[in-house]
Write a protein of this length. Sequence first.
Length: 142
Amino acid sequence: MLKVIVDTNIFVAGYLSKTKDGYPAMILELWRTGCFTLVMSPQMLEELIAKLIEKKIPTSHLEDLVTTLATIALYIPGAYQTCRLDDINVSDNKFLAAAYESSADYIVSYDTKSLLPLKHFYGTQILRPELFVRQFINRAKQ
């Protein structure tokens, strides 16, 4: 099964989406229905929860999300750190470290400054949400 890291910006956009038509919402639905394994580290979960708290998500929804993540995500220890790359925002290193630690197939992100320009990191392909969904659908058709 594919292992995918979903950047916090995609996760929050999908979680807060009022419709299921947007790519972030589609990605979360693909995960929830078992189409791929979501990779989650303590550092990524901490950032995700902090962002959702900023967006004033009720505690009960956060508890449900954490329970769902604990049940169906691949939770890794987050023991690795990547070297700081010159053009990478320090806060994005957690996604690269998680990709390395889990041997993830994809990182999905909107980050055009740090992550997307890399395109690949130790065998992990880094894609925008729309490209990931298209690639995922094409793969399913084969």
